[in-house]
Design a protein. Structure first.
Length: 269
């Protein structure tokens, strides 16, 4: 039997928070900055608590009585997380079971959910490619190396650590709105060139995505080449028209040419 829980027991936001949100426009700049920092710290603390709850739900398999086939299905369909958000929390919660101090690092901000999800994804890939599995102590050391690192920095550390083969497969998928999703691999130099192009276009396309940058460059190149071809076509000089030869001159010319190649033989006396 499917089991449902009463959602009316969910606690509402504290009155103090509601009061602050109603008076944001009255806060001074420094006060507004401090308010955001405090709320973000509370958000990280709340995330830590949510992860602990997810661990307990996972251990009890609480999702099964609710007709959910997996923890992922439960977090998406019952709790309302997006698939990506649900997977990040599952990856982090299960890593916390092996590395308990991870929760505190999530709370103080030295590690992010995205970094832990990157680690779990790489571990799954390494297990598939190289049959590599790490002990909890090795996972702890690996996570320590990722502290206070950005997403790209974390990806580089993981790629070198596990010596994973670069993915070069090109993928292209047409979506229902006829847009096309592309996945491709760029070399370091190619990515630097693309980033440089993005910087140079920032005045014309502020905050542009890479898709917008690539489209802009392609449109400019097509416009430039089209203009060059049109210019070349317009500057080609037309072949001079041949003037018709008058009929009398034409006949005299034929006689002249005929005498040249067929001279009359002299009569002998």
């Amino acid at each position: 039997m499917t089991q449902k829980f009463n959602s009316t027991e969910v606690a509402q936001a504290p009155q103090s928070l509601q009061s602050v949100c109603e008076n944001l426009s009255k806060l001074k700049n420094e006060e507004l900055h401090c308010e955001l920092k405090n709320r973000v710290a509370e958000e990280r603390k709340l995330t830590h608590q949510i992860l602990q709850i997810i661990i307990e739900i996972d251990l009890r398999k609480l999702y099964l009585p609710m007709a959910c086939s997996s923890l992922f299905d439960y977090l998406v369909n019952e709790i309302g997380y997006t698939p990506a958000s649900a997977q990040r929390r599952i990856d982090t919660a299960r890593m916390m079971q092996q590395v308990p101090e991870l929760g505190n690092k999530i709370e103080n901000g030295t590690l992010k959910l995205t970094q832990v999800a990157q680690v779990q994804q790489v571990l799954r890939l390494a297990k598939k490619e190289n049959k590599t599995q790490l002990l909890p102590s090795e996972k702890r050391d690996l996570l320590a190396r990722l502290e206070n690192k950005t997403g790209p920095e974390s990806e580089l550390i993981l790629a070198k650590e596990f010596n994973l083969s670069p993915q070069t497969q090109f993928k292209q998928k047409i979506q229902k709105d006829e847009s096309v999703r592309i996945e491709l691999t760029l070399s370091k130099e190619q990515m630097e060139s693309l980033n440089r192009a993005k910087e140079l276009l920032s005045h014309a396309l502020p905050g542009a995505t890479f898709a917008e940058v690539i489209t802009s460059l392609a449109q400019r190149y097509v416009k430039q080449r089209t203009a060059v071809r049109t210019s070349i076509k317009n500057h080609k000089s037309p072949s001079p028209a041949r003037s018709p030869i008058p009929r009398r001159k034409s006949k005299a010319l034929r006689i002249s040419l005929g005498n040249r190649f067929h001279p009359r033989s002299k009569k002998s006396f």
